[in-house]
Design a protein around this ligand. Structure first.
Ligand code: GDP
Ligand code: MG
Length: 464
């Protein structure tokens, strides 16, 4: 999908000016690419219609290449289609972070997995348990798939694997009643009993999150839906996730629709996103079901789970680091003189902590720092191991505020005793101070490189 998109858009990007027919032509190709990627017909139609409307309505600025603007429009529309940049609580208007969906006070938060056989429910249970363990939560995994003894064992083995392999301050335990497997199929409600018992156990053990691994079928049938509805009524899960296999494309979307009609889903988890056929299912699910994708599975291993961020997937589909919007955001926030001065300093490698602090404040206004820096091609990988969230920015500000003027100018002054003083003054760990200095070194190195590559020159050229 991403190749096709790139091809269609590249044709436009060379042009000095875009006409309506140029856009129509490009959108024709994009539409074909979408259909080929198994995107629902109506979804593809309305997507292209929207892009066309926006493109024709938009003033094409002389300063910015029109092709770039097209990419921006397509990108925005993709984000919209994928469910919007951020999940917002319709009642409070607050942004919902994925981890808040997974855990509400007081526990146990009950999460229920549903989906067809082989979609990846059990694997995802293990991945989610690991995700929560890393966040310090205690998790109980309940084997509510009683179709085969092997299904119960699979979850049990997975639980042990999470306990052994995933590092984190949380914990994972298993709940199962393998002896009930024999009764399953003979009597209705066996799985419901297991879930009910698991909830009791979860309360007794005071675990934070209980995850129910329910049974699937090869096809949707009344049997399965009835069971899921009964489990739902008995334990009232906080979140019902539908697990769907991205590889099955249009089928995945159809089953999502059927599940959603029968069961009040809260969110979708898209597995096997590491496969080549990705894209289609992701692009249709939100508009067909109205339910957001929360996570994507990107491999068989325990840590192959990612929070779903529409903006990142959109730029992956577009096949490029989203440098366009980075430049745009930078343009909005940084005044021209500031940008020029900074550019010079960066090029000379004279970036100071003071500049860094200013940048941080600007970055905060621009949005999440990590996603912002992640937009730079190649930088995303380097940043993966560094935790840069808003809280981190708060801490960083506090640390820099505790530095003297001289220290801000020259980080080399920061010996151990100064670091200790700063960490005390800012109420942070000494390791936070060291981390900041390390991060600063990296960023100033990177910015020197960027300036070398001419990225900053491009940025300033676009302003004129
Ligand atoms: P369930 O029947 O829904 O519980 O499905 P399972 O969890 O047993 O998974 C079925 C198969 O899909 C297994 O071979 C998994 O390893 C594989 N699988 C699950 N999630 C992913 C994923 O994100 N990527 C890949 N490549 N394989 C996955
Ligand atoms: Mg299973």
């Amino acid at each position: 999908l991403s190749d096709k998109f790139e091809g269609a858009l590249r044709k436009l990007s060379g042009k000095g000016k875009i006409s309506e027919s140029n856009v129509r032509e490009a959108m024709e190709e994009v539409r074909e690419a979408l259909l080929e990627a198994d995107v629902h017909y109506e979804v593809a139609e309305s997507f292209c219609g929207n892009v066309l409307n926006k493109a024709v309505g938009a003033e094409v600025l002389d300063a910015v290449e029109p092709g770039q603007q097209m990419i921006k429009i397509v990108n925005d529309e993709l984000i919209e289609l994928l469910g919007g940049e951020r999940s917002v609580d319709p009642e409070t208007g607050q942004i919902i972070a994925p981890e808040h969906i997974m855990y509400v006070e007081p526990g146990p938060t009950v999460l229920m997995m549903s989906g067809l056989q082989g979609s990846g429910k059990t694997t995802t249970c293990g991945k989610l348990a690991g995700y929560l363990k890393k966040k310090g939560k205690s998790v109980m995994l309940c084997a509510a798939d009683l179709q085969r003894p092997a299904a119960v064992t699979q979850l049990q083995v997975l639980t042990e694997q999470v306990e052994a392999e995933v590092e984190g301050t949380g914990s994972v335990q298993f709940y199962g009643e393998p002896d009930k497997v024999a009764a399953y199929g003979e009597a209705v409600g066996v799985a419901v009993d297991v879930c009910r018992n698991a909830l009791k156990a979860a309360k007794r053990e005071k675990v934070d999150v209980l995850i129910l691994d329910t049974a699937g079928r090869l096809h949707i049938d009344e049997d399965l839906m009835g069971e899921l509805r009964r489990v739902n009524a008995a334990v009232m899960p906080h979140q019902i996730f539908l697990v769907i296999d991205a590889m099955t494309g249009q089928d995945a979307v159809n089953s999502a629709k059927a599940f959603n009609d029968q069961l009040e889903l809260d969110g979708v988890i898209l597995t096997k996103f590491d496969s080549d056929t990705r894209g289609g299912a992701a692009l249709s699910v939100k508009s067909v079901t109205g339910k957001p994708i929360r996570f994507i599975g990107v491999g068989e291993k325990l840590d192959n789970l990612e929070e779903f961020h529409a903006d990142r997937i959109a730029s992956r589909i577009l096949g490029m680091g989203d440098i366009v919007s980075l430049v745009e955001k930078a343009q909005e926030q940084v005044s021209e003189e500031e940008a020029m001065a900074l550019q010079e300093k960066m090029a000379k490698g004279q970036l100071t902590m003071e500049d860094f602090l200013k940048q941080l404040k600007q970055l905060r206004r621009m949005g999440s720092m990590k996603s912002l820096l992640g937009m730079l091609p190649g930088v995303g990988k380097a940043l993966k191991d560094i935790d840069l969230d808003d809280k981190q920015i708060d801490r960083t500000e506090a640390i820099i505020n505790s530095m003297t003027k001289a220290e801000r100018k020259d980080v080399k002054l920061l010996d151990n005793s100064r670091r200790r003083r700063i960490s005390r003054g800012s109420g942070t760990d000494q390791k936070d101070v060291s981390q900041l200095v390390k991060g600063f070194d990296m960023i100033s190195g990177m910015s020197k490189q960027m300036a070398g590559m001419g990225a900053m020159n491009r940025l300033s050229a676009m302003k004129n």
